[in-house]
Design a protein around this ligand. Structure first.
Ligand SMILES: [Zn+2]
Length: 259
């Protein structure tokens, strides 16, 4: 699912059918099992391979093949999903059960996550002025525990290139051995790193220039254009967006963040 916004697709079932079919086959339908191109047509709109006899549908072995309802319902669902409408409200607009909608959303997220991982592999290393920060998402507000180590929260690590991209990772902790390898992997040596005074970042001056922005220095920071506004702006955006999803089961959380 790449290259077109779901909102555009939702307008026309023919258009979405053509789009998805092309995304799947790139104009050349072939056996998904052995790659053979000579096929025969089955009565139920599926295909059979003339070499290995494998029978398959238009979207077998893709995420789309996991949906068992009509394509117009699916494009409608994608449209609502893209708008950020929560599942419990969508069930009034499409003829599907809440469980089916939630399952569909997990498939959407999984596909988005897979594609993000793919993009991450292709992504050039970030360089120049780089801001690094961590933020906590989710969890319940009940109880008195706050801040780092609070139960049920997900720790997310972000690397932000000024005027460029943000890469985020769910991480298990904020230790040196967790964060530094990610920085090394995704940024060019010799970059200028802006961080807070968290000790995990203490060795950053070994791989580039390191500027520490201490918390509580915002006034000073604003005057001198040396700030972590970029990534904090991103966090606050992400948190607003995630507000609707605060009861997300933990195992699916990373999928939301990759949207
Ligand atoms: Zn085959």
């Amino acid at each position: 699912m790449r290259g077109i916004h779901p909102i555009k697709l939702a307008g026309s079932v023919t258009k979405s059918w053509t789009y998805f079919r092309h995304a799947r086959w790139k104009g050349r339908r072939q056996c998904p099992r052995c790659g053979y191109r000579l096929l025969y047509y089955l009565r139920d709109e599926r295909f059979g391979c003339k070499r290995c006899r494998y029978k398959f549908g238009e979207f077998t072995r893709t995420y789309l093949g996991e949906f068992y309802f009509s394509l117009d319902t699916l494009t409608h669902l994608l449209y609502l999903y893209a708008l950020g409408v929560p599942a419990y409200r969508i069930r009034f607009y499409v003829p599907l059960s809440l469980a089916t909608i939630e399952r569909s959303f997990r498939i959407f997220r999984q596909s988005i996550y897979d594609e993000s991982l793919q993009k991450l592999k292709e992504l050039k290393k970030l360089s120049g002025e780089i801001e690094i920060d961590e933020a906590l998402f989710g969890g319940h507000r009940k109880g008195s525990k706050r801040g780092w180590g609070a139960e049920g929260k997900t720790l997310v690590f972000g690397i932000y290139q000024r005027n460029g991209k943000v890469i985020t990772f769910p991480v298990s902790d904020r230790k040196h051995d967790t964060l530094i390898p990610l920085i090394k992997l995704h940024t060019k040596k010799g970059s200028l790193y802006y961080t807070d005074d968290h000790t995990a970042y203490a060795t950053l001056d070994l791989i580039g220039k390191h500027q520490i922005i201490a918390h509580g220095m915002e006034e000073y920071v604003r005057e001198n254009t040396t700030h972590i506004n970029g990534i904090e702006g991103f966090w606050s955006y992400a948190k607003t967006w995630l507000y609707h999803y605060r009861d997300v089961p933990r195992q699916y959380f990373h999928l939301y963040l990759k949207k």
